[in-house]
Design a protein around this ligand. Structure first.
Ligand SMILES: [Cu+2]
Length: 331
C-alpha cells in the first residue's frame, strides 16, 4: 500500500514536470534568447545551474543512499561505530567542495557582470540606434530622437543593430524588460539609465514592466519588433505620414494614470525626455522648461534629498559618458 502510494507520487510529479516543460516552447523567454546579451546571460544561468547541481545531485542521492544503507532491517550488516566523533576526510569534503564552487561561481558572476554592464555599448559593425523610454502610469512611451517619432506600448527597431535605450520614469519606478533580448533595467523618475540590447534575428519579442507599479501594471506590456532596416525605415515613414504629432499638452494628458492601446506619433516636443528627467531633478518643484533641461545646468545635478545618490547621472541624454547604472547597487 505504502509502496504503491510512493510510486503514484513519483509518477504524478514526473508527469507534471513533462507538462510544464512541454508548455514552454516559444514562451521560454530567457531560455530562448534572440540577441547577444540574452545569449550571454543564458550562459551565466546555465553555468550557475550546473555548478549548483554539483552539490544538489550528490546530496539528494546520499539522502536516499544513507537511508537505505542504515535501514533498521539491515542492522546486523551496517557499520556500527559508537565511538566515532570526527573525520577529517568528511570535513574536508563537505566544506571544501562548496567553498570551491562559491569561488568559481563568484568569479564567473563577476566576469559576466562587467561584460554585460548595461551602459556599455555593444560591439557591432552597425551604428547604434537610440530609443528613449519613459514608463508612465500604466503605459510605455518610446521616443525616437533620430527619427523624430514616438510610440506607446509598441517598439520597433532594425535587427542586428545595437539599440541604445535611455530610460526614465514619469510615474512610480518600473522595470523595462524584453526577456529574449536581455536582462531588465529599472526606470526611475529624476534620472536616466542606459541599456544596450541587440536582436540577432527578426521577430516579435514580448516586453513588459517587470516591477509592480500599481493597479494596471499588468497591462504595461509591449511588443518589441525587430525587422530589416528597410522595413524599419518604411515603418518610420508610415508613422510620420499617418499619425498626429505629440504635443506637450498631449503628453501631459498621456502621462495621466490610465491604460491605452498602441499609439504612434509623427513627432514629439524636442527635449521631452530630458524634460521628464529634470522634472524630478531639483527639490520637488516641477515644470522646468525644456530649454532648462538641455542647458546642462548645475541645478539639474542637485537631485532631491532622498535621491541625492543619483545626482551624478543627471542630466541625461546629452553626454555620452556613463550613466548612473553603476551607482545603482542600492536598488
Ligand atoms: Cu534610483
Amino acid at each position: 500500500m505504502k509502496r504503491g502510494y510512493r510510486r503514484l507520487a513519483a509518477t504524478i510529479s514526473l508527469a507534471a514536470m513533462a507538462v510544464m516543460l512541454a508548455g514552454c516552447g516559444d514562451k521560454m523567454g530567457v531560455l530562448n534568447p534572440k540577441g547577444t546579451v540574452g545569449k550571454e546571460q543564458l550562459d551565466l544561468i546555465m553555468i550557475s545551474t550546473v555548478l549548483c547541481l554539483i552539490i544538489v545531485v550528490p546530496t539528494i542521492v546520499m539522502a536516499f543512499w544513507i537511508a537505505w544503507k542504515y535501514r533498521i532491517k539491515r542492522k546486523q550488516k551496517a557499520d556500527y561505530d559508537p565511538e566515532w566523533s570526527h573525520s577529517t576526510k568528511i570535513e574536508a569534503f563537505m566544506w571544501g567542495i562548496p567553498v570551491l564552487i562559491i569561488i568559481v561561481l563568484a568569479g564567473v558572476t563577476i566576469h559576466y557582470t562587467y561584460k554585460l554592464e548595461p551602459s556599455k555599448p555593444l560591439e557591432s559593425e552597425h551604428e547604434p540606434i537610440t530609443i528613449q523610454v519613459a514608463s508612465l502610469d500604466w503605459k510605455w512611451l518610446f521616443l525616437y530622437p533620430e527619427q523624430g517619432i514616438a510610440t506607446v506600448n509598441y517598439l520597433q527597431f532594425p535587427e542586428d543593430v545595437p539599440v541604445r535605450f535611455e530610460l526614465t520614469s514619469d510615474a512610480p519606478m518600473n522595470s523595462f524588460w524584453i526577456p529574449q533580448l536581455g536582462g531588465q533595467i529599472y526606470t526611475m523618475s529624476g534620472m536616466a539609465m542606459k541599456l544596450h540590447l541587440i536582436a540577432d534575428e527578426p521577430g516579435e519579442y514580448y516586453g513588459s514592466g517587470a516591477n509592480f507599479s500599481g493597479e494596471h501594471f499588468g497591462e504595461m506590456n509591449f511588443i518589441a519588433k525587430a525587422t530589416s532596416q528597410e522595413e524599419f525605415d518604411q515603418w518610420v515613414q508610415e508613422v510620420k505620414d499617418g499619425s498626429e504629432a505629440l504635443t506637450q499638452e498631449g503628453y501631459n494628458e498621456l502621462a495621466l494614470p490610465g491604460v491605452t492601446e498602441e499609439l504612434s506619433f509623427s513627432s514629439f516636443p524636442e527635449g521631452l525626455f530630458d524634460w521628464i528627467v529634470v522634472k524630478y531633478g531639483s527639490g520637488g518643484h516641477s515644470g522646468h522648461s525644456a530649454t532648462e533641461a538641455e542647458s546642462d545646468s548645475a541645478e539639474s545635478g542637485e537631485g532631491s534629498d532622498e535621491h541625492a545618490g543619483h545626482a551624478a547621472a543627471l542630466p541625461a541624454g546629452q553626454s555620452e559618458t556613463e550613466t548612473g547604472s553603476e551607482q545603482h547597487a542600492h536598488h
